[in-house]
Design a protein around this ligand. Structure first.
Ligand SMILES: Nc1ncnc2c1ncn2[C@@H]1O[C@H](COP(=O)(O)OP(=O)(O)O)[C@@H](O)[C@H]1O
Ligand SMILES: Cc1ncc(COP(=O)(O)O)c(N)n1
Length: 490
């Protein structure tokens, strides 16, 4: 039974009204066009005041047209005379006159949330801020609640050369934060490595450096990532009131959008990210944590694919003895696994999820008895091997720690088998193991895998960052044990 609800009932948050003050990108990937998409994708209502009209595309900037500053003021006043703005995101400012105008407006209107993306140079390498404007931009920093420089921009703000590694990024961010009394989101997109780190740096806080890591997406579609991230953070900050939580949500959304950027097929240079990919896929705002984990175990999955047990299954050369050992272990495993699944059924609050786990446990028992009838003789029953023991021990421990950990721990057993089955089935046609492989390529099993994935996404989407981290560890450990389970047969 779930605990009775006590304390204040949270009210539904109204849609955040977010204003972007930035330059344009007619190809829609950066600047104001990206900001509006990002605000909408993250659940806000976007508004836009144009500082500069930029003739640019995914390959570079051709020219910049700056309307008179008096007209900029008219745009800003047109918004603030009429609309109550919950958050402002500031992007390309270009020149000192524009900075002065925006600074004056901020002092008059005092919007509650201000995120400043100190745009200086486009991804293409073209300057978007005149060198004379750099000092004026530094003077604007204290008016912002958060400043989001990339590596070269941070260096300019710190008055140093571009950082070459993460420690230097953090040092420069602390320096900028301390000197201007501003929170800094230091972004590591320009550094190398398979993980991309960002950090919320606040020199005056008890915990001055709070880091977030995400898997690096290997893509050329990185145009407008900074614009999109800062707009998302401004939007989430209205909802959460917590900078770190807002950055975490935004970054997970951005990583997913980066992953789908190339599918848009826009332009020949650095293409845009796909702001609405998650929305299109799931009809909701939550990001797919499962997809992120799946990408993180990419190396492990490749290694599993190359495992001699699996290559032997695919081409039919696997020794019958090894296969029979594997099946006997699988029978032990399924027995324990059915218990773990029914425990998940007891823990689930949601009736649809409860029904899913109970049905899954039943299916597991049926599969195990079929396995005995069709593949294993009654006499063949070696004791559970160390890999089987360890895997089951891990699953039982995870499910006893909590529903989220349990859900995450059982996911690899679905997903890795469904994935391997789907890919091996066509290659194995006609060989002695084809029938066994076909059970995992079966559409019903693929469908169950989809359901297990969406349950995981739902639970992880609602989880606190520490719980999500525990879920990830449970998932990753299961994926490793899945591989060891195959390897143990040889
Ligand atoms: N290839 C990538 N994969 C995942 N995240 C990325 C990638 N490139 C950039 N990011 C993220 O996008 C955001 C913008 O990063 P960055 O490239 O440093 O700034 P900018 O777009 O302003 O140059 C940061 O949160 C960064 O971690
Ligand atoms: C109008 C405008 N503003 C900002 C950027 C920077 O884009 P990025 O986010 O890729 O650094 C841009 N290219 N154009």
């Amino acid at each position: 039974m779930s605990a009775p609800v006590t304390g204040p009932v949270p009210t539904l948050t109204a849609t955040p009204r977010v204003l972007s003050i930035a330059g344009t990108d007619p190809t829609g990937g950066a600047g104001i066009q990206a900001d509006l998409k990002s605000i909408a994708a993250n659940g806000g209502y976007g508004m836009a005041v144009v500082t500069a009209l930029v003739a640019q595309n995914t390959r570079g900037v051709r020219s910049v047209h700056t309307p008179p500053t008096g007209f900029l003021r008219e745009q800003l006043d047109a918004v603030s005379d009429d609309v109550e703005t919950d958050a402002v995101k500031i992007g390309m400012l270009g020149a000192p006159g524009i900075i002065a105008e925006v600074s004056g407006w901020l002092r008059r209107v005092r919007p509650p949330i201000v995120v400043l993306d100190p745009v200086m140079v486009a991804t293409s390498g073209d300057r978007l801020l005149t060198p004379e404007a750099e000092q004026a931009l530094r003077d604007l920093l204290p008016l912002a609640g958060l400043v989001t420089p990339n590596v070269p921009e941070l260096a300019v703000l710190a008055g140093a050369g571009p950082a070459r590694d993460w420690d230097e990024v953090v040092r420069q961010a602390l320096e900028v934060s301390g000197r201007w009394g501003v929170r800094v989101l230091a972004k590591g997109g320009h550094l190398a490595g398979d993980e991309v780190s960002d950090a919320l740096v606040d020199a005056g806080a008890t915990d001055p450096v709070r880091r977030l890591d995400a898997p690096r997406v290997h893509t050329s579609s990185t145009h407008g990532t900074g614009c999109s991230l800062s707009s998302a953070v401004a939007t989430w900050q209205v909802v959460t009131g917590d900078w770190f939580a807002s950055i975490d949500r935004s970054k997970r959304w951005l990583t997913e959008s980066l992953r789908h950027g190339e599918e848009l097929n826009v332009g020949q240079g650095h293409g845009p990210v796909s702001h609405f990919a998650g929305l299109w896929e799931r009809g909701g705002r939550d990001t797919s944590t499962g997809d992120e984990w799946w990408q993180r175990i990419d190396g492990l999955r490749r290694a599993t694919d190359a495992d001699p047990f699996l290559t032997g299954l695919a081409d039919g050369t696997l020794a019958g003895k090894a296969f029979r050992y594997y099946l006997a272990q699988d029978a032990h495993y399924l027995e324990g696994y059915a218990g773990v699944l029914s425990r998940l059924g007891q823990l689930a609050d949601d009736p649809v999820e409860r029904a899913f786990w109970v049905a899954a446990a039943t299916a597991c028992v049926t599969t195990e008895s079929n396995l005995h009838r069709t593949w294993l003789g009654a006499s063949e029953r070696p004791a559970p091997g160390p890999a089987t023991h360890e895997y089951l021990g891990h699953l039982r421990q995870a499910v006893e720690t909590g529903y989220g950990q349990g859900v995450a721990a059982v996911l690899p057993c679905y997903w890795m088998y469904a994935d391997i089955g789907h890919r091996l089935a066509p290659r194995a046609a006609g060989n002695p193991y084809a029938e066994w492989i076909a059970t995992y390529a079966d559409p019903l099993f693929q469908y169950a895998t989809q359901q297990a994935r969406s349950i995981t996404d739902r639970v992880a989407g609602a989880a606190s960052p520490p719980l999500r981290e525990e879920m990830w560890r449970a998932f990753e450990r299961s994926a490793q044990l899945e591989r060891e389970f195959f390897a143990a047969a040889l």
